[in-house]
Design a protein around this ligand. Structure first.
Ligand SMILES: Nc1ncnc2c1ncn2[C@@H]1O[C@H](COP(=O)(O)OP(=O)(O)OP(=O)(O)O)[C@@H](O)[C@H]1O
Length: 237
């Protein structure tokens, strides 16, 4: 799977430069976590990768075709059943939905029994699991996740992190989060965003295979060090 590269990318909102001649390489087939304080530009970078925004200078290479997007809001269509929401990509592409595969994905996220329910009948965590199944159903090589677990309670969050890491392990995933623990559990690479225009610092990830075990002392130590570093950046804003 291709690496994604920012090649001398400059982007500004109006007169405010967000990044200038930014060069960064994101390894294909791995999970890169983007961390940084609020308003630093994480979502803007994701939107540049998705092609929803275009750089004023430079280019982004390595993204061919459309990407999958999963955000904080599940964006399920209320008039479609859970199963129909999962198969949405087929509807949008005008191809025959693969009901068997969609049901298998719902089983993987432990929602097979609510396949015919309406989204409003589900809890927030269940709805995010439907969104995850829908993301997987689309079978994109590049998956962009913008704080997908931010609104969930801690136990649901841990379960969904584990599931996501297992189900997306061969994909090129860019995950935005504010949570150092989430970064340390899920990342193959951690990029810390700071400054204006944006600078990127690569942060060492703890050893071990993703998703890393929550009980691992090395993970907790790494989380604490990462939190301290983030705190120094927050104080400069
Ligand atoms: N549509 C827009 N028009 C003008 N400025 C924008 C727009 N969207 C974002 N910005 C600005 O770009 C900067 C980066 O925003 P962005 O949403 O990328 O940050 P973020 O790191 O994702 O923040 P958060 O963690 O709060 O979601 C902010 O200063 C924001 O005000």
């Amino acid at each position: 799977m291709s690496d994604i590269r920012f090649n001398d990318v400059s982007f500004a909102w109006g007169d405010v430069p967000l990044c200038q001649q930014l060069n960064v390489q994101l390894r294909g087939g791995t999970t890169t976590v983007l961390l940084g304080c609020s308003g630093i530009g994480k979502s803007t970078l994701l939107r540049l990768v998705a092609g929803l925004l275009s750089p004023q200078q430079g280019s982004i290479s390595g993204v061919s075709g459309s990407v999958a997007w999963m955000g904080q809001q599940d964006l399920l269509y209320p008039w479609l059943s859970v199963l129909e929401n999962v198969m949405l990509a087929a509807r949008l592409q005008g191809v025959k939905p693969d009901r068997t595969r969609a049901l298998a994905l719902l089983a993987q996220v432990k929602l097979a029994e609510v396949a015919q329910a309406a989204p409003h009948q589900l809890s927030g965590g269940m709805r995010q699991r439907v969104a995850l199944a829908r993301t997987l159903y689309a079978q994109r090589d590049v998956v962009l996740m913008d704080e997908p677990f931010a609104t969930l309670d801690v136990m649901t969050k841990l379960r969904l992190q584990t599931l996501t890491a297992r189900l997306l392990q061969d994909k090129t995933v860019l995950l935005v989060t504010h949570d150092p623990l989430e970064a340390c559990r899920l990342a193959d690479d951690i990029l810390l965003l700071h400054g204006q225009p944006l600078q990127i610092e690569r942060w060492p990830v703890p050893e071990g295979i993703v998703p890393r075990d929550i009980d691992d002392l090395a993970l907790l130590q790494a989380q604490s060090e990462l939190f301290s570093r983030l705190n120094t950046y927050e104080k400069t804003v």
